[in-house]
Design a protein around this ligand. Structure first.
Ligand code: NI
Length: 192
């Protein structure tokens, strides 16, 4: 397994078009290895979720932390391959959302309180999730990544400029840190 570099906004790869994983390849070694690397990358950054496009891969694969998904503290992450949002409840809630591609930035975003999502697992079987609260929010956040939509797209022009400026600083710091200590780990709680 490997910890992959997470692509930061405004790097253009975050907006690349994504592709469904062919069903014949769902359980193949290449996809399994990618999922293992995504899991390790998400945990090393204390992320609550991650989309493959955030490490520069076009496959439509997302992960949600097992605890956020309603499991025990050490539950394995939920792996969703080719996820589709089947239904979003009308009832919404606004809460701050972070993203591993925007370290240190939180944006209030209105999301449906409940979401029904279907996807394929690594076993090649289709499953459906009925999620609520943070789990539903995380699913909406990660599926947004697959269409290139990110937290910066929920703010107005002024705030977007502020975020862009902060991210330029992050990029500078990341370049400096890469020279100093390549293995430094970041810790952002509840970052999707
Ligand atoms: Ni994100």
């Amino acid at each position: 397994m490997a910890i992959l570099r997470i692509i930061k906004y405004p790097e253009p790869e975050l907006r690349q078009s994504t592709q469904e994983v062919p069903l014949a390849e769902v359980g193949a070694p290449g996809i399994r290895r990618l999922v293992e690397d995504l899991v390790e990358t998400m945990y090393s950054h204390n992320g609550a979720g991650l989309a493959a496009v955030q490490v520069g891969r076009p496959e439509r694969i997302i992960l949600i932390d097992g605890h956020v998904a309603g499991g025990a503290e050490d539950a394995p992450p939920v792996v969703l391959i080719n996820p589709t949002i089947e239904h979003l409840a009308d009832e919404t809630e606004t809460a701050d959302e972070g993203c591993l591609s925007f370290p240190g930035i939180f944006v209030p975003i209105k999301r449906s309180l409940q979401a029904r999502v279907s996807a394929y697992g690594l076993d090649g079987k289709c499953f459906t999730i009925e999620a609520e609260g943070l789990y539903a929010r995380a699913l909406q956040h990660e599926t947004d990544h697959l269409t290139g939509r990110m937290i910066v797209d929920f703010v107005g022009a002024v705030k977007r400029e502020i975020i862009k400026r902060k991210m330029k600083r992050v990029a500078r710091e990341e370049a400096e840190e890469a020279e100093e200590s390549p293995a430094r780990r970041v810790s952002d709680a509840k970052t999707l």
